[in-house]
Design a protein around this ligand. Sequence first.
Ligand code: ZN
Length: 285
Amino acid sequence: MASARLGCVDDRAVLITSSLTGYIDIEKVSGGKLPSDPMACLERWPEICKFAANLSQTDESSALVLDADELECPVPRPRQIFAIGINYKAHAAEMNNPLPKEPLVFTKFSSSLNNPNGALTLVGEKCDYEAELVAVIAKGGRNISVSQAWDHVAGLCVGQDVSDRALQYANTPPQFSLGKSRAGFTPIGPWITDAASLATRGNLEMTCRVSGEMMQHTHTDDMIFEIPEIIAYLSSICELFSGDVIYTGTPSGVGAGRKPPRFLRAGDIVETTIQDLGTLVNKCI
Ligand code: ZN
């Protein structure tokens, strides 16, 4: 297995095979040496990566067939979910915001977590999509330097920062955290890919399609604050813990920024894809 991809099936930590069509149960195949809880696997990330690298062809050939609808959130109980607003220049312009001087940080509460292919239950008429690159912390700490930040990251995955714009903009100034924390508004996955194994982790192609129509398309090197800077900034204020999740902001093309606006409707399929990391498929109901 070339690189570790940590997923969750049936409440258990699994490794996704290189072909992306199968999975193996980490606790069972390691003979009980490694844990079955994905959160515990993130705490022991170097061991998980070593285990993945040493898996034999025989281990891989005994993999179970992966059904994407069976995948659960690969980071089921993060202590903190940070999210960065206005972190792409073109998105700042479409939302009529100046470029931030420091990262603009809010939270998505953990009760809003959803499975990679979970349904999105819309509320009201102004629910919106936001494709985002998500970083998951392996090793926490305070005052992490920019140069050491990647050493604290387990891996990267795809996230949707689903947003209820009516709730977000109900007041002036707007509030972000509640408008982005309705039930199921935080799909993450489909699995966490070892960041160290990604040749171009600082520049990945990201797209979001709604019912087949391309709405967002960018490369993540258009970010204003990159992942190491975000980690250094956050950890200068808050202690980071293993299993923490960081949403890194959405590019231009969100529904609220379109003329006329294009909000999500029941029946829409939201497909969020990042190069080398996979796709989330979320049906709106
Ligand atoms: Zn966002």
